[in-house]
Design a protein around this ligand. Structure first.
Ligand code: SAM
Length: 381
């Protein structure tokens, strides 16, 4: 099978985890780059990474790279690519661009120029041009421009891969699915220790953990991937890749539970859990974390609210309560918490044994680990 070059994009800080995941999926020449990993492989691998990767946001397949002197140069090089091999004249197209070029700094302009080059080629060669569809095109083209030149690639995922297809109920601040999966990976949860998210919101950690523990492909509930609309889509190969991955799914054999103070959110979490096929396996209940009396000994992972509108004093006492709950009703647990405000981290009042810098969207956060021993003085300030 023909070998291609790919870049799988991910969130900052998860490049190494994604590289390991890609190696385990069979990728070759795996190399972490900024917010991504480059690798090589065949079409089957491209389908497989789209279907199974928990940490990739999209998978770009390289088409051509070339040096660029200026706008005309860029236009002519893109015009020269045999776009008719990838797209029908009556098809639809979208072009995204990212530029780090010192002079050509306007990404929207570059995307427009690239789109013009592609449609001009069709019009001149075939007398008809594809139309633009930014939401759901047959072909999504990606242009990356920097000082060394342009790289043109095709987005084999189209809709970002964090859109897993199980989230039907969203709340105000759900954590991104790839971030949740990445944090689970960083925490090295062993998939055997009971897992609890006491502020579970829409249930993302719970579902991502259950999917990981059952080896459910991350894309199991997605209806579509970009490559399915490509001219060369090989549905038999796709079926094989999908069936091979699905055959590895095992029943959930670990306790996973979540709770939240908001009844509305709990309803949504239950709907999402149901959509992901884990209803009856993941326990979700309405509960104020600060009112829990029974000790939980296991693995805790959570993403408490951080609201910029929250008064500092309220925020400090909220996070102080979290620290106190960890200490008093979570003895014997390993607790991981993602926190953005330094004041909140201090307010927890326990010594984290690990602090990992991560980003939640554009917000810099710390992913903190607390090992909570019974009566240990090491953990308290
Ligand atoms: C940032 S959201 C969590 C998002 C979640 N990780 C998700 O994927 O949807 C924080 C959650 O904490 C919940 N919360 C706030 N105070 C709480 C408390 N005292 N006990 C339990 N849950 C609480 C909120 O209702 C909200 O759902």
């Amino acid at each position: 099978m023909t070998q291609y070059q790919f870049i799988a994009k991910t969130l900052a800080g998860f490049e190494e985890c994604l590289a390991q995941e890609l190696v385990s999926l069979g990728a070759q020449e795996v190399k972490p780059v900024v917010r991504g990993v480059s690798f090589s492989g065949d079409t089957a691998l491209m389908y497989k990474v789209n279907y199974q990767s928990r940490l990739a946001i999209r998978v770009l397949m390289a088409v051509q790279s070339f040096p660029v002197k200026g706008e005309r140069d860029l236009y002519h090089s893109i015009y020269g690519i045999a776009w008719e091999d990838y797209l029908d004249k009556g098809g639809t197209l979208a072009v995204d661009a990212v530029t780090q070029h010192p002079k050509m700094t306007h990404s929207l302009f570059i995307a427009q120029l690239a789109k013009d080059a592609i449609v001009d080629r069709f019009r001149n060669l075939e007398g008809q041009r594809p139309s633009v569809d930014l939401d759901s095109p047959d072909l999504r083209v990606h242009v990356h421009l920097d000082q060394s030149g342009a790289s043109i690639s095709l987005d084999s995922s189209d809709m970002p891969l964090f859109k897993r297809g199980y989230r039907i109920g969203a709340m105000e601040a759900p954590i991104n699915e790839v971030l949740a999966a990445g944090l689970l990976e960083l925490s090295q949860w062993d998939e055997k220790t009971p897992l609890f998210d006491p502020m579970c919101g829409s249930g993302t950690f719970l579902i991502e953990a259950a999917m990981k523990a059952t080896k459910t492909p991350a894309g199991k509930f997605r209806k579509e991937f970009g490559f399915m609309k490509w001219k060369d889509f090989d549905y038999k190969l796709w079926d094989r890749v999908k069936n091979e991955a699905d055959a590895l799914i095992v029943p959930l054999a670990v306790e996973i539970k979540g709770s939240d103070i908001s009844r509305r959110t709990i309803t949504m979490a239950k709907r999402n859990v149901q959509e992901a096929g884990f209803i009856g396996n993941i326990q979700i209940e309405w509960q104020d974390f600060f009112q829990i009396k029974k000790n939980f000994s296991g693995f805790i992972i959570t993403n408490p609210p951080y609201d910029e509108r929250m008064k500092l004093k309220d925020m400090e006492s909220f996070y102080k309560n979290i620290g106190s709950m960890f200490k008093h009703i979570c003895t014997g647990s390993e607790a991981w918490i993602i926190v953005s405000a330094p004041e909140a981290m201090n307010a927890i009042g326990l010594h984290p044994s690990r602090k990992i810098k991560v980003f939640n969207g554009s917000i810099e956060c710390r992913f903190l680990k607390y090992t909570i021993y019974q009566g240990s003085k090491k953990d308290s300030l």
